[in-house]
Write a protein that binds this ligand. Structure first.
Ligand SMILES: NC(=O)c1ccc[n+]([C@@H]2O[C@H](COP(=O)([O-])OP(=O)(O)OC[C@H]3O[C@@H](n4cnc5c(N)ncnc54)[C@H](O)[C@@H]3O)[C@@H](O)[C@H]2O)c1
Ligand SMILES: O=C(O)C[C@H](O)C(=O)O
Ligand SMILES: [Mg+2]
Length: 604
């Protein structure tokens, strides 16, 4: 039912925005320069008066096509592509779909973002996870025109002036990567630029960030991927990755340059290998308005999932403390989840931060992590089981996943390992003995091939009443007898757009833990008990704009309450502080960009 309510909301928003006469857009170009600029281009949609005014007469076929007709024309060619590629491999079909969408993106941004917003559930898997992973892997061959900015190790000392090469005067959202850990695909070097591009597409579609004010950034520090270094088509620096202070000095310089030109921008760090993910977050989070999506966005989504799992068992949230949670993967995402879950559970249960971490079992590639682990990573240490060399609970240092699941009988099994299929038949069967009435299995690694298990296997081997979520999208599972195994998508796309938007619209100078918690709690409370009973713990991606509005408002309210907000545009702190919750939601919605053709006016 909420799907209908949300769809109606989306429609009302769209109508409100498209029916109000769009303000004029100032253009400093004429003729073909306009046709070749995707921001201004309307293709065959330029009205005759505009063609006269802008020197376009004769440069286009005479018949003017309406926006709706252009939209239909695009969707028809998309559908015929689907038809014509029937029988081809998934990869071939997905890349063909990505190409047709990318061509539209390169040509006409207004139409591109409208089809993306209206069909987000269908197109997100193409412009974002999982296809974006395939795009990054094949970037050398797919590359046609540049998008975003590249700062390389060779640009040291130049970044403060280079940043002015970007044509937009205002940038609100930057997503930056160094390409060192692209999804679960490893070091893809400069080819990782696809990730910031895909994330920013979601920012436009979900958070309504104006596409003229986004900036995807690649920090090319070299690559340790030998195959890429030997590939003739590789477009990045052919050198091993910078390390230590050399590495950090490049990131420092980029951050200084970006904030010098756009002091109000929000920067999202994305897909950095673990050591740099934590180090840069620590280094910048008190100085700049930035966050790390893999650590913090993921944690918020996983926490919402953990709370959903408690509710699905008909238990009050304070029973979260009694949930036994096995986390597989002690990287930036896994550790991020544990840190946030530990804090949130202690807050919910009122134990004043006194949770010992006894409810968590953490595994990495060497198995169960205990205090007995040699050279334990300091980020993992707080979650190491307190075992000595002897067996406790039948487990020792390095115990296998199967042993852990058999002995612990966890309520939740959560994978952020990047290892496809690691929740194998035996592990999934062992989850049948879970102490939970509805065991939760979250196979959160991306892309599809790297998921810890498929939903089909999870329902087959662990039973029909599990709660299932995956990072990449999968279809629901037919369980027979008219029953459906519901597949939730536990992806940080539910939160990062709202975190970024809320930070931007509050004008906060940093992004606090409180703002992140508010985002997560807002997502968790979005779902009704009725849906949770059906195994639905995350809303449909089709509602992403509505969700993001709510999450963004929750972030703004918390920034104001914590004294971090400074206001945005002509809305100052005083005005923000006087807004009710509903008014804040309305403020956020009002500030979302929506794609409609604006009349173009040439400035002489
Ligand atoms: N769903 C989401 O929103 C989301 C968000 C962030 C990351 N992820 C995914 O999570 C995965 C990991 O991301 P990360 O940033 O933490 O990576 P990372 O490289 O920092 O960490 C990976 C961890 O997995 C462990 N590991 C490797 N092989 C293992 C095995 N056989 N058994 C147990 N543990 C093993 C490693 O030791 C390491 O601790 C990636 O696939 C990424 O796409 C998903
Ligand atoms: O990119 C995604 O789909 C989620 C996450 O940020 C990841 O790194 O896997
Ligand atoms: Mg990521």
């Amino acid at each position: 039912m909420w799907n209908l309510a949300r769809a109606a909301w989306n429609l009302r928003q769209a109508r409100r925005l498209s029916m109000s006469i769009p303000g004029p857009c100032i253009v400093h170009k004429r003729g073909t320069d306009i046709l070749h600029d995707p921001w201004f281009n309307k293709d065959t949609g330029f009205p005759l008066t505009e063609r006269d005014r802008l020197g376009l007469r004769g440069l286009l076929p005479p018949h003017v096509i309406s926006f709706e007709q252009q939209y239909e024309r695009f969707m028809n060619s998309y559908r015929s592509l689907e038809h014509n590629t029937r029988g081809a491999s998934d990869a071939v079909v997905s890349l063909a779909k990505w190409r047709i969408l990318n061509r539209l993106h390169d040509r006409n941004e207004t139409l591109y973002y409208r089809v993306l917003i209206d069909n987000i559930k269908e197109f997100a898997p193409i412009v974002y996870t999982p296809t974006v992973g395939l795009v990054c892997q094949n970037y050398g061959g797919l590359y046609r025109r540049p998008r975003g900015m590249y700062f390389s190790a060779k640009d040291k000392g130049e970044m403060m002036s280079m940043i002015y090469n970007w044509p937009s005067h205002q940038v609100d959202m930057i997503v930056v990567t160094d390409g060192s850990r692209i999804l679960g695909l490893g070091d893809l070097g400069v080819q990782g630029i696809g990730i910031p591009i895909g994330k920013l597409d979601i920012y436009v579609a979900a958070a309504g960030i104006n596409p003229q004010k986004i900036l995807p950034v690649m920090l090319d520090m070299g690559t340790n991927n030998q195959k890429l270094l030997e590939d003739n088509l590789y477009l990045g620096l052919r050198q091993p990755r910078l390390e230590g202070d050399e590495y950090l000095s490049i990131v420092d310089e980029f951050m200084e340059a970006a904030f010098a030109r756009w002091p109000k921008a929000v920067i999202q760090f994305e897909d950095f290998q673990m050591k740099w993910a934590f180090e840069t977050l620590q280094r910048y989070r008190k100085r700049f308005c930035m966050f790390n999506d893999d650590i913090q966005g993921t944690a918020g989504v996983a926490l919402a999932g953990l709370l959903g799992a408690v509710r699905s068992q008909g238990r009050p949230l304070k029973d979260s403390l009694k949930q036994k949670i096995v986390v597989v993967g002690a990287g930036s995402a896994g550790i991020g989840v544990l840190n946030m879950a530990k804090k949130a559970i202690s807050r919910i249960c009122g134990s004043g931060g006194n949770v010992e971490g006894n409810q968590f079992w953490l595994l990495d590639k060497n198995g169960l992590i205990t205090k007995n682990r040699k050279d334990i990573d300091p980020t993992a240490a707080p979650f190491a089981r307190g075992y000595g060399p002897e067996e406790v609970e039948g487990l020792t240092e390095g115990a296998s996943l199967l042993e852990v699941v058999k002995k612990v009988k966890p309520h939740v099994l959560l994978g952020l390992s990047g290892v496809g299929g690691i929740f194998n038949e035996e592990v999934l069967r062992a989850m049948q003995d879970s102490d939970a009435s509805r065991p939760a299995i979250f196979a959160m690694s991306n892309p599809t091939m790297n998921a810890e298990c498929t939903p089909k296997d999870a329902f087959k081997y662990s039973g029909d009443n599990i709660i299932f979520a995956s990072g990449s999208p999968f279809d629901n599972v037919d369980l027979g007898n008219g029953k459906v195994g519901y597949v939730n998508q536990a992806n940080n796309m539910y939160l990062f757009p709202g975190i970024g938007l809320g930070a931007l619209l509050s004008g906060a100078h940093i992004i606090s833990d409180g703002m992140l918690q508010a985002a997560s709690e807002c997502l968790a409370s979005y779902i009704t008990d009725e849906h949770i009973q059906q195994g639905v713990i995350f809303p449909s991606i089709s509602s992403i704009r509505h969700i993001t509005t709510q999450v963004g408002a929750a972030v703004v309210c918390t920034a104001v309450a914590e004294g971090l907000a400074e206001g945005h545009g002509n809305v100052d702190l005083k005005e923000l502080s006087h807004m009710s919750k509903e008014e804040t939601v309305e403020y956020v919605a009002r500030n979302m960009w929506y794609p409609v053709y604006s009349p173009l006016v040439q400035e002489k």
